[in-house]
Write a protein that binds this ligand. Structure first.
Ligand code: SAH
Ligand code: SF4
Length: 480
């Protein structure tokens, strides 16, 4: 019996997919090398933009055209939507929210192959039986992971969101904000570090509003630290012995406290990578988006972050200049050319290292769904391209600062012959062949050559100057 998990969207979905894989393997299912080989296919879906949604429809239709016997479970952000359930009726065998995945799927898994092939599996088209708001079940977060990559681990510390930004489907798709007990998070990090994990990435839609309100055993024994906010959580994780990098995604500008900025700047373990989505550079658009901060506040934050790094880090050699990444939406309903210009100005002034630029896509249930999507596709594309051009310049400018510097990198892999077999057959010589792929504490990709065999993991002090000269690459990947 084999399974395949197809993931769309953000790192949170990636992390959910790892938990699903671990759960299925508990029932002795084995990972298939492709969809063709699998008996059970789980779709972890993303509903943030229409394009991500359309890819799910396309792939499910293709599978069902080719194979009638494969079972399909659809979970993630689209699973609760009645229109999606109607559209995929007869093609998807089970719809379940990620929160109820274990409860929804286990009755079928318990029956082994017969359970999975059971007609009931597709007759009932069960949707989640658990309510979205109260009495939610977060057991799935406690599934002990078999990490797919042993030196980088994504750990969800919270799920859901209470912010209701006008364009965003997350509060509907994932429900209200829920923070995992700090004790569970600490236990997971300790166990990972002990197993040799080198990079811990904490995940949440809004990590800096993390609040652990549950008194937990080990912490209450230590005394007063029952209520734990995000900076406190970072301090506790930082104290875990061992050499590892610590990062987190995503921070909301309205919850970025001075205390948090100080710990990021001071800590040797916390990486200098800050994801701080601005969404727009115009106050009127920010207000319509319900973002709850002004652009002046946002700019002050960036200034404060950069200033704190300079103040606290003069003596700390492990640290480099902070890398600031943002998210921007172009073509939000009613966005005029002048308002867009304010966003372009923000990008020029803030000199971001990275920006995930998205063209506005109307999402059912959201506040903006009722607003007129009046910026044409062509204009959205023009605005997208204009921001991408600004970003390429500012990112390159920032990358050039690495020339001549020696930085710590985490080695991801060595490019081997296998990946280049096809181009090699066509007579192409792949310049990366035999070289190493790594990334810096600031998530910049580095390709380097070494005569010595290098194990994956943190390799301190490779000479980055050599890499910047010929082979330094800035990743422009868009996730969704
Ligand atoms: N919690 C994060 C964002 C999560 S969604 C925050 O507060 O910023 C990830 C990104 O998808 C968002 O930052 C936004 O830029 C983009 N996005 C969300 N909804 C969108 C929509 N309807 N159209 C286009 N982009 C969208
Ligand atoms: Fe969506 Fe806003 Fe919540 Fe981010 S903070 S997940 S953009 S509603």
């Amino acid at each position: 019996m084999k399974y395949f998990v197809k993931v769309f969207g953000c790192q949170m979905n990636q992390s959910d997919a790892e938990r699903i894989a671990t759960y299925l393997e508990k029932y002795k299912l084995k990972l298939a090398s492709s969809i063709d080989e699998a008996n059970l296919i789980v779709f972890v879906t993303c509903g943030v933009r229409q394009s991500a949604e359309d890819r799910v429809y396309g792939q499910i239709n293709n599978i069902k055209k080719k194979y009638l016997d494969k079972k399909i479970v659809l979970t993630g952000c689209l699973s609760h939507r009645k229109d999606v359930q109607r559209r995929l009726k007869g093609k998807v065998d089970l719809f379940c929210e990620i929160k109820s995945f274990p409860q929804a799927v286990s009755p079928f898994l318990k029956g082994g192959l017969r359970g999975i092939l059971n007609k009931q599996f597709n007759r009932k088209n069960l949707s989640s039986t658990l309510p979205l708001v109260k009495g939610e079940c977060f057991d799935y977060l406690d599934i002990t992971l078999k990490y797919t990559n042993s030196y980088t681990a994504y750990i969800p510390i919270m799920t859901g969101c209470n912010n209701f930004c006008a364009y965003c489907v997350v509060p509907f798709a994932r429900g209200r904000e829920y923070s995992r007990p700090a004790d569970d998070i600490l236990k997971e990090v300790k166990s990972l570090v002990k197993k040799g994990c080198k990079e811990i990435i904490l995940l949440g839609q809004n990590v800096n509003s993390y609040k652990n309100l549950t008194p937990t055993l080990s912490l209450s024994r230590r005394g007063s630290e029952k209520k734990i906010n995000f900076p406190k959580l970072l301090r506790l994780i930082e104290k875990i012995p061992g050499k590892f990098w610590l990062s987190f995604l995503t921070s909301h500008p309205k919850d970025m406290s001075d205390d948090l900025i100080e710990i990021i700047a001071k800590s040797k373990k916390i990486c200098e990578y800050i994801s701080l989505p601005a969404q727009s550079g115009d106050n009127e658009i920010l207000r319509k988006m319900n973002r709850k901060y002004s652009i002046e506040h946002y700019k002050r934050l960036i200034k404060k972050i950069r200033g704190s790094f300079q103040r606290f880090n003069l003596s700390c050699t492990a640290k480099v200049e902070p890398c600031i990444s943002t998210d921007i939406i172009v073509g939000f309903p009613g966005e005029t050319k002048k308002q867009f210009e304010n966003t372009a100005k923000l990008l020029r002034e803030m000199k971001f290292d990275m920006a995930y630029i998205a063209q506005y896509s109307p999402r059912p249930q959201t506040l903006a769904w009722k607003m007129k999507d009046n910026v044409s596709k062509k204009e959205k594309e023009r605005r997208d391209k204009m921001l991408t051009d600004i970003l390429s310049k500012t990112a390159l400018e920032n990358n050039k600062k690495y020339i001549g510097k020696v930085v710590e990198v985490l080695v991801d892999k060595r490019f081997d012959l296998e990946e280049f077999r096809a181009p090699a057959r066509k007579g192409k010589v792949e310049p990366w062949m035999g070289k190493y792929l790594a990334h810096t504490r600031t998530q910049k990709k580095v390709i380097f050559h070494s005569n010595k065999k290098i194990p994956v993991g943190i390799a301190p002090h490779h000479n980055a100057s050599e890499l910047v000269r010929g082979e330094f690459r800035e990743s422009q990947n868009r996730e969704i």
